[in-house]
Design a protein around this ligand. Structure first.
Ligand code: SF4
Length: 481
């Protein structure tokens, strides 16, 4: 039987009517309403701009009447993404900089800026996430007071559930937890704050093949694109108790101590969820939320985590250091020989700056306590000792001196990171302190300080500040969870 060749299908003319352009705008804005990043959508914009001449006029109209709210912001971001196709990308980035500064915690805003910066710097490998994988949501759980995250809440703000009201396996493999892991597998990283994440900003994500080759378990996760995990987290970050002996301006306006009812609630969660969770974990991090030696709950927990009951567990301790004295150390035998890293959050290299940014602290005490930590390190009684330095207007001039200080006190690491707005500051106050933002009046001086050769010392970790190093320079240490 003879089969006649099929009739050629005529190419369909593209409908470029205002109605279609309006539908495209409405559809994109509705997708952006979830506040997450949508790189697959940004990739379609060149095609829309090329075929829909009414798209830009419609978006310009939207942006003019937009309110300073989430829909208005989305319209301005979308207009910026479209303008970047027909004009100067750097000018668009500059125009959106105030929105980026005021919404430093938004995955959508930071994702759009990440995309635009990638257009402006196409050869920079950090802007290509395809073929790379972040292992953190597959191995870490960060427990806050009413939410639980699969990474630092500042970098991955979406909660996977509330551990104070839910059993940990139901949080660890909740629908949201699985959606977050799916976004790592599909390369969108849509839940991640791409502007703040130190792994993304320092191009430290692993090639997918490298992680798959690490073990059979990782191979299953990577090749099977697994989102529900049969085992619990390896790393548990406890950040639910904000109790602290200081009231640092970057964190809070007043000193805070949990009241009796709150402590009771934390105790119940510790017994019901945290202790069982730690039975299979390898590392517990106490704490990024306050001070472990001030919190009664964390003190009780550290006593309970004995080597006999938790033989494989190791500690990462983060403290402001004011209470880290020899007597305090002696009173916690459960920590002895089991501290992988002691982090002292210092934010300064001089007494006046330290006492201003660590309200309630005393510099001479800090010097003694840091020297004590250095002695523990030198004697092999702790495995790591690092200083932590949150960069802001008040202290950026001391970054280089802080590296010298770290060496002097015997630390084997110093971690610099950008100031985060945890809701402590108004947008204007944050802009005033965020010296790393391009329109800050001291930004040029900050950039010059980033060329200090001491910031390329092997003990330095720059994370989300690495892009300010001189061209061609890289940080030798990379963020690991
Ligand atoms: S480290 Fe970065 S990439 Fe990994 S989960 Fe956290 S925010 Fe996402």
């Amino acid at each position: 039987m003879l089969i006649s060749p099929p009739e050629p299908i005529a190419a369909q003319p593209i409908d470029s009517s205002p109605e279609i352009a309006r539908q495209i705008v409405d559809l994109m804005l509705s997708i952006m309403a979830d506040g997450l990043d949508h790189p697959e959508l940004w990739a379609m914009i060149p095609g829309f701009v090329a075929t829909q001449p009414m798209l830009l006029p419609i978006l310009e109209g939207e942006a003019i009447i937009a309110h300073d709210d989430a829909p208005g912001r989305a319209a301005r971001l979308l207009l910026g993404l479209c303008l970047a196709q027909v004009g100067d990308v750097d000018a668009v980035i500059d125009a959106l900089a105030p929105i980026a500064a005021d919404h430093s915690q938004s995955p959508l805003v930071q994702g759009v800026l990440f995309h635009l910066n990638g257009l402006a710097d196409p050869d920079n490998p950090k802007y290509t996430l395809a073929g790379k994988i972040c292992e953190i949501p597959f191995r870490e759980m960060d427990v806050l007071e009413r939410s639980t995250h699969l990474c630092c809440a500042s970098w991955l703000p979406t909660s996977a559930g509330d551990l104070s009201a839910t059993d940990w396996p139901d949080v660890w493999n909740s629908d949201t937890a699985q959606a977050i892991r799916a976004s790592i597998h599909d390369g969108s990283y849509r839940y991640c704050n791409k502007g703040a994440c130190p792994k993304i900003q320092s191009n430290a994500l692993l090639p997918t093949d490298t992680l798959a080759a690490r073990s059979a378990g990782w191979s299953d996760i990577v090749t099977g694109a697994m989102t529900a995990l049969p085992v619990g987290p390896e790393v548990v970050n406890l950040a639910y108790d904000r109790t602290c002996n200081l009231s640092c301006p970057s964190c809070r306006t007043d000193r805070f101590a949990a009241d009796d009812a709150t402590r009771l609630r934390f105790s119940e969660m510790q017994e019901r969820a945290i202790l069982p969770l730690l039975a299979t974990a390898r590392t517990v991090f106490i704490t990024g939320s306050g001070d472990p030696f001030t919190s009664k709950n964390f003190r009780q927990l550290m006593h309970q985590l004995t080597p006999a009951a938790y033989p494989d567990l190791r500690f990462r301790i983060m403290t402001n250091g004011m209470l880290f004295t020899p007597a305090q150390w002696e009173s916690f035998p459960s920590l002895h020989g089991r501290v992988a890293t002691l982090k002292i959050s210092i934010d300064a290299a001089t007494g006046p700056t330290h006492e201003r940014l660590r309200r309630g602290a005393r510099w001479p005490v800090m010097l003694d306590n840091m020297a004590f930590a250095g002695d523990l390190m030198a004697q092999g009684l702790i495995d790591g000792f690092e200083l932590v330095f949150t960069v802001q207007t008040d202290n950026y001039c001391e970054m280089g001196d802080a590296v010298d200080l770290a060496h002097r006190v015997g630390a084997n690491g110093i971690n610099f990171l950008r100031l985060t707005n945890w809701g402590t500051f108004t947008a204007a106050q944050y802009r005033d302190r965020a010296v790393f933002l391009p329109f800050h009046p001291d930004h040029h001086d900050f950039q010059a300080r980033m060329h200090d050769p001491r910031l390329q010392d092997p003990i330095v970790l720059l994370g989300d500040l690495e892009s300010f190093l001189p061209d061609g320079a890289t940080c030798q240490r990379k963020y690991v969870c």
